[in-house]
Design a protein around this ligand. Structure first.
Ligand code: DUC
Ligand code: ZN
Ligand code: ZN
Length: 471
């Protein structure tokens, strides 16, 4: 017996927009049919959702979040509980967060600590990537172990943050060789951290201490250089799959586009902040306010063409996914650590709640199509990180992670109405055409209009397979 019927909506997939009803049994989608096709089942359904005039899309998948990340002497302010509720409000039904191996730590211990943070606390399903902050014989072996036994098939390395998460080129090459062998994806934070640290010290010595110097000391060419170097190293390592995270710069996009043109398994994501915000309007605000937007890579100048290039990259599949790099910090006691020294401002912006809405604005403006919205925010993230077809698609047999989206609604983003554990919003006042109406996670309604109706601990850990996106 069906438990839920979603009727009269337009189902969006990567291939088109079709008027279809969706039948759900328990946690699983069982059938799609023409409008009215399930009239007989409707009478016995526990719940009928009328999606007339609305879009019916796969639940959003945000493959880049940092709940409770230790960073810059503090912790990202969303817990798995608060962050996953906020995600659900915004139509995201799966997150992939980054478990952390710190320098000197055993990889499996870092992973256990992340499970302890998330277990029993999540509103939606979740999985982990693993940050390798100390590449040595043991952590290289642990990569195989995590792929084979823990459902962790992607590893993030940093070319930035010397002394914290940084890996040198030799370490990167060794981890890439391991990935080429075991099938894992290497995710790269591609900024030349050694050069950036010199620029930061020189700026501080000159007395340039305000938040905007965070952006000015991390020039886009150093993202381009690091991206190119990562691509070269992945080639030398035997062409391991390489995924450049949080891309912000034209120079980096060019390097990825060239590699893809050569048929390489090189992929990238961008984030809403790089598509919409400019250094001049954020980091350069008077006083300390710009600290709200300190993240790395930094928000770029509006005087170059980074944003236009990134939108084009999304259209052309040079950028495969949109994630958030959700890493929230409050101004009070957290961002404030960097008053008088921008290098001490914890890096990060909170956006997990707004990604689906923000990228939908690209549909409204004509920068991307409806199908591309779903592809970059739902379907490709699932395929890229080994979750397809369980996640990322509305099809029989898939988890009933579904968002009913109302394109006629209007809203204004603001801290007062948002649900992330922050004391401000990086998106204050942004007007949105469209709004999440209803959210289902594995067949359970977790958001209904303005109300969160889910439960803590509903979200389950996802063991992932290898990437399903290779060329
Ligand atoms: N960038 C951020 O802005 N925050 C966390 C880590 C990162 O790479
Ligand atoms: Zn990063
Ligand atoms: Zn990140």
């Amino acid at each position: 017996m069906a438990t839920t019927l979603i009727k009269n909506g337009k189902v969006i997939s990567t291939t088109g927009v079709i008027a279809q009803d969706v039948l759900i049994d328990g946690e699983t989608i069982v059938a799609l049919g023409q409008p009215g096709h399930f009239a007989a089942a409707e009478a016995g359904a526990e719940r009928v959702i009328d999606a007339a005039g609305k879009y019916v899309i796969p639940g959003g998948i945000d493959v880049h979040t940092h709940m409770e990340l230790p960073f810059g002497g503090t912790f990202a302010s969303d817990t798995f509980e608060t962050g996953t509720v906020a995600a659900a409000y915004g139509g995201t039904t799966t997150i992939l967060d980054f478990a952390v191996q710190r320098a000197g730590e055993v990889v499996q211990d870092g992973l256990a600590a992340w499970h302890a943070k998330a277990d029993g606390n999540c509103a939606i399903d979740y999985g982990f990537h693993m940050i390798l902050g100390d590449i040595n014989e043991d952590s290289l072996k642990a990569m195989d172990y995590l792929v084979d036994n823990e459902g962790i098939t992607s590893f993030k390395l940093f070319m930035a943050y010397p002394g914290v998460f940084y890996s040198d080129d030799g370490q990167i090459l060794r981890a890439m060789q391991r990935a080429a062998d075991n099938g894992a994806v290497i995710m790269m934070h591609a900024e030349n951290g050694i050069a950036i640290d010199v620029l930061v010290q020189q700026a501080l010595a000159r007395g340039d201490t305000e938040p905007k110097h965070h952006g000015l000391t991390r020039p886009s060419v150093l993202e381009g250089e690091a991206t190119n170097r990562a691509i070269v190293l992945a080639g030398v390592a035997g062409n391991c799959p390489l995924y450049i995270v949080h891309m912000s710069a034209s120079e980096a996009l060019e390097a990825v586009a060239e590699a893809r043109h050569e048929g390489r398994n090189v992929f990238a994501e961008t984030c809403p902040q790089y598509l919409y915000l400019t250094l001049e309007e954020t980091l350069a605000k008077p006083g300390f306010e710009g600290a709200k937007w300190v993240c790395s890579p930094p928000i770029r100048t509006g005087h170059a063409h980074h944003q236009a290039d990134l939108w084009k990259g999304l259209r052309m599949n040079e950028l495969a996914c949109v994630s958030t790099d959700h890493c929230p910090f409050c101004m009070k006691d957290q961002k404030e650590l960097g008053v008088g020294d921008f290098s001490k401002i914890p890096n990060g912006i909170g956006s997990v709640e707004h990604r689906m809405d923000l990228i939908y604005q690209g549909v409204v403006t004509g920068d991307i199509s409806l199908t591309r919205w779903v592809e970059t925010c739902c379907t490709t993230p699932a395929r890229m990180f080994g979750l397809f077809p369980r996640k990322g698609i509305i099809a029989p047999g898939s988890d009933a992670d579904i968002v009913v989206y109302d394109p006629t609604a209007r809203q204004t983003i603001g801290h007062a109405t948002a649900h992330m554990n922050m004391d401000h919003s990086a998106w204050e006042g942004v007007q949105i055409a469209g709004r999440v109406d209803t959210v289902l996670s594995r067949g359970t309604v977790v958001v209904e209009g303005d109300a969160y109706v889910g439960t803590k601990g509903h979200g389950r850990y996802l063991q992932r397979g290898l990437t399903q996106y290779l060329v």
